[in-house]
Design a binder for this molecule. Structure first.
Ligand SMILES: [Cu+2]
Length: 234
């Protein structure tokens, strides 16, 4: 069963599977707790029980055993989840050795700012292309390791690309690098998943994933345009 938006990153389906695993454990615990809570209420309804019985707690050891077993089961399920999540978490948090493309994405009140490194491939130089327009698109090539340096200008924002399952807080003063390898072309939502002020919902931008040829063509015209405007200003 898949109730989620389509997953288009290499690690996305692993994260979805973890959701179902954790739901199975938490759901079972929920149903059992609810039963233990409600069943005595029905069983001891005043129409069935004449007088409330007085429990002294003399079954000390028996009760202790029940609690110990329940705690053991809970701890076991935690360990199973820890064990199952390890490889997915590793893939998500460890940056691949090969970096194909890199961008800076900066959250501000209220937009996502995209920075391309320019032809020299280095950030912080004169040929960087900075795009700060509402609902703008960041272009990314398919099947490449795309690195994102995530930053924030003012308050905490959260970079959320739901189709990739990547959600990462952007914290002022810090640079957090995450990566995505897109497996399907298309246009995907970027939203801010952290309430960051009155126009928080305006932070809607897009990632456009395209073939290598299309991407190269886009980057070429973007950098040419940038060089032309820079030339005009001189
Ligand atoms: Cu925000």
């Amino acid at each position: 069963m898949n109730i989620f938006p389509e997953s288009v990153s290499t690690y996305g389906s692993g994260i979805d599977n973890l959701f179902w695993l954790i739901l199975a454990f938490a759901g079972t615990a929920f149903v059992i707790s609810l039963f233990l809570l409600l069943y005595p209420l029905f069983k001891n309804h005043h129409t069935r029980v004449k007088r409330a019985s007085y429990i002294t707690g003399s079954l000390g050891k028996f009760h202790f055993k029940l609690v110990a077993v329940a705690m053991l089961i809970m701890a076991m399920s935690d360990f199973i989840i820890l064990f199952a999540e390890h490889s997915t978490w590793e893939a998500f948090t460890t940056l691949p050795k090969q970096k194909d493309v890199e961008y800076i994405v900066t959250g501000r009140q209220w937009n996502w700012i995209f920075t391309y490194p320019g032809r020299d491939g280095v950030f912080g130089t004169a040929d960087d292309v900075v795009i700060d327009e509402p609902n703008s698109e960041l272009h990314v090539p398919i099947n490449k390791n795309a690195f994102f340096q995530l930053k924030a200008k003012d308050v905490v924002h959260s970079f959320f690309v739901v189709n990739t399952r990547l959600k990462q807080d952007c914290i002022p003063g810090r640079t957090i690098t995450r990566w995505i390898n897109f497996t399907k072309e298309g246009k995907y939502d970027i939203s801010c998943a952290e309430i960051c002020g009155i126009a928080h919902t305006k932070m809607r931008n897009f990632i456009v994933v395209e073939s290598n040829e299309k991407y190269d063509h886009f980057i070429d015209s973007l950098y040419n345009q940038q060089a032309a405007t820079a030339g005009n200003q001189q």
